[in-house]
Design a protein around this ligand. Structure first.
Ligand SMILES: [Zn+2]
Length: 377
């Protein structure tokens, strides 16, 4: 029977009865479906499915006509059955994107699942599961901003990520300890869809490097290989903890809570306000002269309200000088930090970001970080 259900409203009403009626990778409402894979997707993800047209054919649930056999196919597969098939063996460390993630992560997730079928066969996971990875990435030069090809080696056994300036160099230019490494995709800041920011701690200060690979799969494989190495490290450091322990999962890699420009003044509060790029990375509020600087000019530890940290809108009344209008005062046990934002919206967003960290009680290991910041000159 191929009687077409011409009225799309009927199809939509019918599919709404499906228990798994949501976008397969997002929380967004599905308006599209892949009628060859049998999964529902949102508008944004339907565009990514069009990139693998040989595997996935999409049509609109609302606008396109559906034949009854297509509707039956959707009913017989659906998101849950497709998940059981295409996500049989997703490694615990593997990053599953949501609608908040960049295009690259979402596209490669769809390609890994349906095109390369990486989660139906462990051998295909070798590029990020082997515990060792070696290859070339374009790395931004620290001083001139030019991207040059650099050899990178990730070794789970040594617990390091390193890179070499010369192809035949014996000594690496930098050795990054995996226990301090973080990686986050930054397409806008870096200006390329595959741009990855890698940070690590050197003498307890944050260092930045910016890399990309023109092949999206290569870049996401590096990202997941870093997560795998971090997962291995955390399993050794915290024996008994499982990935199901929700506190462990965001520790593999984390995105920044907020980034953007603010103005700041110095510790005496009499210096002029200067515009700086700020990054809120967990409990570290860092500032840079340029968003892509190799290291922060300063870092402020943001503790919890139980430990006398707070954030307030506005500046103390005695503050003079030219500065942006919308002030923020951060109170720490040692001193007050004064910032200004260009718009009221920025001010509110920064206060919300800072407050989210202040409201969270400090973990035992965070007291050690706080103590380090207090010792700093
Ligand atoms: Zn989606």
């Amino acid at each position: 029977c191929t009687r077409a259900i011409a009225l799309s409203a009927v199809t939509l009403f019918h599919f709404r009865g499906n228990s798994a009626f949501k976008c397969f990778i997002c929380v967004a409402d599905p308006e599209w479906a892949s009628y060859t894979l049998g999964v529902f997707v949102c508008l944004s993800c339907s565009g990514l499915h069009r990139n693998i047209a040989q595997i996935s054919k999409v049509k609109s649930i609302v606008l396109d006509p559906w034949s009854s056999s297509e509707v039956e196919f959707m009913d017989s597969v659906g998101n849950n059955t497709a998940k059981a098939k295409y996500e049989q063996i997703v490694p615990a460390f593997y990053y599953k994107p949501t609608h908040r993630d960049c295009m690259l992560l979402r596209e490669q997730w769809i390609r890994a699942k349906y095109e390369r079928k990486e989660f139906m066969c462990v051998e295909k996971q070798e590029p990020y599961s082997a515990g060792y990875r070696e290859g070339f990435l374009w790395k931004r030069g620290r001083d001139n901003g030019q991207y040059l090809s650099r050899k990178f080696i990730l070794s789970e056994r040594e617990g390091v990520l390193k890179y070499f300036n010369k192809h035949d160099a014996r000594e690496p230019k930098a050795i990054m300890k995996i226990n301090t490494v973080n990686a986050t995709f930054q397409p806008t800041k870096i200006g390329t869809a595959n741009g990855l920011q890698i940070t690590y701690l050197k003498d307890n200060s944050t260092r930045n490097i910016f890399v990309y690979h023109e092949d999206g799969k290569e870049m996401v494989d590096w990202f997941n290989a870093i997560r795998a190495a971090r997962f291995h490290y955390l399993q050794v450091a915290f024996p008994g903890a499982s990935i199901a322990d929700v506190s462990l999962s965001p520790k593999l890699t984390r995105n920044y809570i907020k980034e953007g420009y603010m103005e700041k003044t110095g510790p005496k509060h009499t210096e002029g306000f200067k515009k700086r790029w700020f990054t809120m990375d967990d409990r570290r509020l860092m500032y840079f002269k340029d968003p892509m600087d190799a290291y922060a000019r300063g870092e402020v530890f943001i503790g919890s309200k139980e430990n006398s940290y707070s954030v307030l809108p506005g500046l103390p009344p005695n503050i003079q000088g030219y500065h942006w209008q919308f002030g923020i005062t951060i109170v720490t046990p040692d001193r007050k930090f004064l910032f200004t934002c260009e718009t009221e919206g920025d001010q509110q967003d920064w206060i919300a970001a800072l407050q989210s960290v202040i409201d969270r009680p400090m973990l035992p290991q965070e007291y050690a970080v706080e103590a380090y910041f207090k010792r700093k000159p």
